[in-house]
Design a binder for this molecule. Structure first.
Ligand code: ADP
Length: 643
């Protein structure tokens, strides 16, 4: 429980939430403004509909007084008496007619109001969702290393949806209720200002009570929002790893973990609910007190015919009925303000997370006037590069130059920093010190799009998108025609197996490509790279999870792919890179040896020993090498334990 518990400060978006200033203002300013016509229609229709709602009770009060009290004439506000019928039957039908007309018109305006507010809310929701996704996509890899997919999903779906609820129902209600309260208060003051003051007594009390509620509920909603994120992350993790869970027989363990995060969500939610369900009855109570007091004083006034206490003047039965009907109607809007504040608070917590994400600074700044990368020879230079993910450097003072069209291999034990070195070339991270240059241009000075277009990448875990084989090969080269796709597949030695799939190039690969073997996925990724035709190619253990025969096929396709471009290859199986123009041997983030395969064998250092291991000469290894390998293993395991 403690591990996943959220004690307020554990929200993964805490830092982001603090980024966001005035999230609700931003919501209206940035996103509301373009949609103001729908909003205006919504407000006008809402006001009109509410005013029409007030017509029937007023007509009723007028009719009652005219019928039961001979001395009161039938008269209507704003309508000259000369226009009104003098006989009772005429007055009766006029009353019915006005009431019926008010209902019919009211229905039309209700529809218009819903149209306006819904359109407003939907447009904003759509714009916020797409903008948030666009920003998130631009953020660099550090950010994704820190956050879990489920948490990000919860912002993109739950939080964005929550805004809609407020923008639609909440805003709609704000106007509806404000009009109700103001209009009713106006009517009551007009009829009898003294009794109106009594009827309006609960208003300040309700305002004070509501402000107490807001202060109590705000942190509770923030906790609920982050608990939702944690639950989503866990579910997403587990569904993604379902095969491992089954194979490792850890269902009970995972059920417990889901139970833990769900319990936290339950607790957080319950805590908020507990406060909320006390608030609404409290409001009713306050509003009810106002109603009872009005009823008692008004009732005595009408029954005795004299004003009680310090009050003065006359109160007719008709006015009293209007008061009773209106005070009734007045209480609910007041109580509903609480609902809206509640909705607002939830929307606020969500808006904070959304704008926090949108405002997340880009940690890979690119100058506005950056030029696109121009590749001529394809010469790559690492100039004393030092970099660490955190404070501690992972690669130190790495310096080398690769001539255009050459192949450079990076070898060394796991964790030595080989992948990290190549991530700097793709600018997934920025160097802490030194520079990476392509044909003399620092990768930080060119546009990211041009850099990533000119530098192709084939990694060890090949991600395929849900879709057909053809779509996956053409991913990123969307205007490639079918012939080009097939040619790329042929170059990648993939054409033959693709043709043997049930639907050939139109076979669906299944989620993340689960229906294909590792080697097949790898060749599709290579075909993708062939089609993109980059000037510089990064192969990060591109042949790691395939059998020897497939490796041979892939190797052939790679040889063709790398022939005339600058290539970086990380490989564990040294046989795949022994023909490289230069081999760099990494250990603990530093280059410890460099040269051709022959040079390195002759030098009889780390490379020669690694080569010996792979050639099956374990018995002939010097004792010192075995000891160092064991030490390294122990260090890696200790690091893992620390995590
Ligand atoms: P290699 O490719 O040689 O196996 P890597 O470059 O992948 O080595 O990793 C070098 C070191 O950097 C390892 O200790 C690894 O744990 C660490 N590392 C890799 N990626 C990250 C990351 N995103 N955040 C923090 N540390 C990382």
């Amino acid at each position: 429980m403690a591990e996943y518990g959220l004690d307020g400060d554990e929200d993964p978006f805490e830092a982001q939430r603090a980024n966001a200033e005035d999230p609700m203002w931003r919501l209206f300013g940035e996103y509301g403004r373009p949609n103001w016509p729908q909003f205006a229609v919504g407000i006008l229709a809402s006001v009109t509909a509410r005013l029409l709602d007030l017509v029937p009770p007023i007509m009723l009060g007028v009719a009652i007084d005219a019928i039961f009290r001979d001395e009161t004439a039938f008269s209507l506000w704003l309508v000259p008496d000369a226009w009104l019928p003098a006989d009772t039957a005429g007055q009766f039908w006029l009353t019915i007619g006005v009431i019926a007309g008010a209902f019919a018109l009211g229905a039309g305006f209700h529809w218009l109001r819903n149209w306006g507010f819904n359109a407003f809310a939907q447009h904003i929701q759509h714009a916020v969702r797409t903008d948030t996704y666009d920003t998130m996509q631009r953020l660099n890899m550090d950010f994704f290393a820190d956050k879990q997919t489920g948490e990000l999903m919860s912002v993109l779906s739950n939080d964005v949806n929550r805004l809609e609820r407020f923008l639609n129902d909440g805003l709609n209600s704000v106007f509806r209720l404000s009009v109700m309260v103001l209009a009713i208060a106006g009517v009551l003051v007009y009829y009898n200002w003294q009794l109106a003051l009594i009827a309006l007594l609960p208003v300040p009390l309700i305002a004070a009570f509501t402000s107490l509620f807001v202060r109590a509920i705000q942190p509770k909603y923030a906790r609920v929002r982050s608990a939702v994120g944690t639950v989503n992350s866990r579910l997403e993790n587990n569904l993604g790893g379902i095969q491992v869970i089954k194979a490792a027989n850890t269902e009970p363990y995972e059920s417990d973990r889901v139970d833990d995060v769900s319990t936290e969500y339950f607790d957080a939610n319950w805590d908020a609910i507990d406060t909320r369900i006390k608030f609404f009855p409290g409001l009713r109570l306050l509003a009810g007190i106002g109603f009872v007091v009005t009823f008692v004083i008004g009732g005595l006034w009408v029954a005795t015919g004299t004003a009680p206490g310090p009050l003065s003047g006359e109160l007719t039965v008709g006015t009293f009925v209007v008061f009773i009907l209106f005070t009734q109607r007045f209480i609910w809007p007041m109580a509903q303000f609480g609902q809206i504040i509640n909705m607002y608070q939830r929307a606020y917590a969500s808006a904070e997370r959304i704008f926090g994400l949108v405002d997340e600074p880009d940690r890979l700044p690119v100058a506005d006037d950056a030029e696109p990368l121009r590749v001529e020879a394809g010469r790559v230079e690492y100039d004393d590069v030092t970099f660490g993910y955190d404070d501690e450097p992972i690669v130190r003072d790495v310096a080398f130059t690769v001539a255009g069209g050459d192949t450079l291999a990076l070898v060394g034990p796991t964790g030595a920093g080989k992948s990290t070195v190549l991530k700097l070339l793709l600018r997934l991270y920025d160097v802490d010190d030194g520079a990476v240059r392509i044909d003399g241009q620092d990768v930080r000075d060119v546009t990211l799009a041009s850099l990533r277009q000119r530098v192709g990448y084939v990694g060890q875990d090949t991600f395929l998108f849900y879709g057909t084989v053809r779509e996956n090969i053409a991913y990123g080269s969307f205007d490639a025609d079918d012939d080009a796709v097939v040619a790329a597949a042929e170059a990648a030695e993939a054409d033959e197996f693709v043709r043997n799939l049930p639907d050939g190039y139109d076979t669906m690969v299944g989620e993340r490509g689960v229906k294909l073997s590792g080697g097949q996925r790898q060749r599709i990724a290579i075909a993708r790279a062939v089609l993109t035709d980059p000037d510089i190619l990064v192969l990060d253990e591109a042949t790691s999870d395939v059998d020897t025969e497939t490796e041979m096929l892939i190797q052939r396709s790679l040889d063709r792919l790398t022939a005339d471009r600058t290539t970086f290859a990380i490989a564990h199986r040294l046989s795949t890179i022994k023909d490289a123009d230069t081999i760099l041997v990494f250990e603990d983030g530093e280059v410890v040896e460099r040269g051709t395969h022959e040079d390195l064998l002759a030098a009889d250092g780390l490379y020669a020993h690694l080569w010996g291991v792979q050639a099956g000469e374990i018995d002939q290894l010097p004792e010192e090498f075995v000891e160092r390998a064991a030490e390294r293993q122990a260090r890696t395991e200790a690091e893992l334990d620390d995590d």
